[in-house]
Design a protein around this ligand. Structure first.
Ligand SMILES: [Fe+2]
Ligand SMILES: [Fe+2]
Length: 251
């Protein structure tokens, strides 16, 4: 975009930028070019794009290749995290390579600054929220499970700590708060995210927005305990809330 009104934002002089965020694309082997037009629209509307995981349906190489074709129409700087669906087939390294080749910056431990705004992200993990959070007690399998949740939160915290920008966006797949999973069946809340992610985010004052996916039937907007705005950008949720599949946020 060469629009002079966005030049300042792009050079990171403190003016707000527009972020287009979408999650849960679930690109399948028979879903050719499903997102080409959406990506073109996002490129016109925003300065930076964030993809919030479940980019493919089963994490298959063919699905990632089809997504990469559509990504040619996403012409703005783009960050992404994987979702649980993207690791299902055990072809994660290949999927990551294809996405990187398509120009996407995969966030995981490594943060990035785009248009003056910092982006930190991880897939995250599940385990529940608040008083319902699963603790590391008893069986080894439970301890390993909780370790995974803690490890994702620790990676997010480290990435956030590495950023010195005034404004930061956290990009996740799993939900960090219960607010944005409301609407899903109560029985599956513990499988939709983890408060440990919000604990990491709330250690910092510069997180201006948190975007995530995974909860297809959740709520669009919420906040962390310390007030960082949280947006469930699963495309089904955004479509329902805004009448288009991506969120457009001023950061
Ligand atoms: Fe999903
Ligand atoms: Fe998911």
């Amino acid at each position: 975009m060469n629009d002079p009104s966005t030049e300042g934002a792009r050079s990171g002089d403190g003016r707000t930028i527009k972020l287009a965020a979408i999650g849960d694309l679930h690109v399948s082997e028979n879903g050719e070019n499903q997102f080409r037009d959406v990506f073109a629209e996002m490129s016109d509307a925003a300065d930076v794009a964030a993809l919030c995981g479940d980019l493919t349906n089963f994490g298959k190489v063919r699905e990632a290749e089809l997504l990469a074709e559509d990504l040619r129409s996403l012409t703005i700087p783009t960050v992404a995290v994987l979702g649980n669906h993207d690791v299902e087939a055990g072809q994660t390294e290949e999927v990551l390579r294809i996405l990187a080749q398509a120009g996407v910056t995969m966030l995981d431990e490594q943060a990035v600054v785009l248009a003056g705004v910092g982006f930190a992200g991880v897939k995250g993990f599940l385990g529940g929220f608040g008083r319902g959070e699963l603790g590391a007690f008893g069986e080894d399998a439970i301890k390993a499970f909780v370790d995974e949740a803690r490890n994702e939160a620790r990676k997010l915290e480290n990435a956030l700590r590495s950023l010195r920008t005034e404004r930061v966006v956290a990009v996740l797949h799993y939900a960090p708060v219960v607010d944005t999973v409301e609407g899903e069946p109560l029985e599956i809340y513990p499988f939709l995210g983890s408060s440990r992610l919000a604990d990491a985010i709330d250690r910092f004052d510069n997180v201006k927005a948190v975007v995530h996916g995974h909860a297809h039937r959740g709520r669009y907007q919420g906040a962390t305990p310390r007030g960082a705005p949280v947006y469930n950008c699963a495309r089904f949720v955004v479509e329902e809330a805004l009448g288009r599949p991506y969120a457009l946020l001023e950061i």
